[in-house]
Design a protein around this ligand. Structure first.
Ligand SMILES: [Cu+2]
Length: 384
């Protein structure tokens, strides 16, 4: 049996693999290019950005008007119990900055991301961060492992434009467990001159919504009721058993079933353009906007590739973040779902977008409202 103590030990063992030499180099302001030319980061401007909980995103420029800079972010890792559905099912969650998913960071290609990562004394586990956008050091994972009561600062250069997952990866079986406990988020690295369409023409969005999808694995007791645990460590053994069966009990957007429906529905207006950034750090998914489309979709999320057009459903590979741009043409309530409809409807992966505006009768009209079948039709089709 894997106890909490063993779980902690394996995570701490993983931390010992981090070479001290790399840590030292990472702490220096004097970086070196591959050709040996020094890069003096002390000359770069520093800009501090306050992160915002999803589905919202901090203010940012789409086309960079300023020179590349060091963009400072701060995240506090918070272990806390979260309710994940309307039935009161509880998860011993581990979070970046208190939200599931963690906040979306937005920078431009050529900027330096400098993250202060804080693991407060009140937590019970070591944590770290692996940025899929970063190069080397296990995405930063080998340089950022912090025990409760510690902090660390990681800097990496944003070299590839696109949407990328970040997640906790503290070593061994701790990696999938921390990820399915909520420790993932995304970063969007915009080209300095902004997004381009399939013809390489500049395009803009009015709003970004960040949707992080999670698969949860909540153990059941002998009576078939979801179990509740005192702390993350005591949930580990039972949770691992469900995880290894690969069948999630919940598949949700933004940390709980119903997180983005009802009063929390996303909002837009006819004529407005929304960029949906969708991440899944662990498992494949297939977003679909019921009644709408993906006008331009970067299915793999990487802006150096031309976007696909007019998609009905797009595929987000587990461990990646994609981006879909859509201009709303009709008012109404749209469901944004994972189009495995069992996961959408029964397990929780549904969001709503409430759109204001004028109905376009050319695009769609109710020619006859539902009404009793007329006798003429019955005889024509030989119906009873
Ligand atoms: Cu963690």
């Amino acid at each position: 049996m894997i106890t909490r103590r063993n779980a902690l030990k394996s995570a701490v063992f993983a931390s010992m693999a981090a070479p001290a030499l790399i840590q030292k180099a990472a702490a220096s302001e004097e970086a070196m290019k591959p050709d040996g030319a020094p890069v003096d980061l002390s000359k770069l401007e520093r800009r501090n950005v306050e992160l915002v909980a999803p589905p919202f995103v901090h203010e940012h420029e789409q086309v960079a008007t300023l020179e590349p800079a060091i963009i400072e972010f701060e995240m506090t890792i918070i272990e806390k119990e979260l309710e994940i559905d309307d039935e009161g099912t509880m998860l011993q969650a581990m979070t970046f900055d208190g939200s599931v998913p963690g906040p979306l960071m937005v920078v431009h290609e050529g900027d330096f991301v400098e993250l202060t990562l804080i693991n407060p004394e009140s937590n019970s586990m070591p944590h770290n961060i692996d940025f899929h956008a970063a190069t080397g050091g296990l995405g930063g994972g080998s340089l950022t492992l912090v025990n409760p009561g510690e902090m660390t600062v990681l800097r990496f250069k944003a070299t590839r434009p696109g949407t990328f997952v970040y997640h906790c990866a503290p070593g061994g079986p701790m990696i999938p467990w921390h990820v399915v406990s909520g420790m993932s988020g995304a970063i969007m690295i915009l080209p300095r001159d902004g997004l381009k369409d399939h013809e390489n023409k500049p395009i803009k969005y009015d709003t970004v919504y960040y949707i992080g999808e999670n698969d949860f694995y909540i153990p059941k007791d002998a009576d078939g009721n979801y179990m509740r645990f005192e702390d993350p460590g005591s949930s580990y053994a039972d949770t691992l058993e469900v995880m290894n069966g690969l069948i999630p009990t919940h598949v949700v957007f933004n940390g709980r079933a119903g997180a983005l429906t009802g009063d929390n529905a996303l909002k837009s207006t006819v004529g407005k353009t929304v960029l949906f950034v969708h991440s899944q750090a662990n498992r494949d998914t297939r977003p679909h906007l019921i009644g709408g489309h993906g006008d331009l979709v970067w299915e793999t999320g990487k802006f150096n590739n031309p976007p696909e057009r007019d998609l009905e459903t797009w595929f987000i590979r587990g461990g990646s973040a994609g981006a879909a741009l859509y201009t709303f043409l009709q008012p109404g309530v749209y469901a944004y779902v994972n189009h495995n409809l069992i996961e959408a409807v029964n397990l929780g992966a549904t969001a709503h977008v409430v759109v204001d505006g004028e109905w376009d009768n050319e695009l769609m009209a109710q020619v006859t409202e539902p009404t009793a079948l007329a006798d003429a039709y019955k005889s024509k089709k030989a119906l009873p």
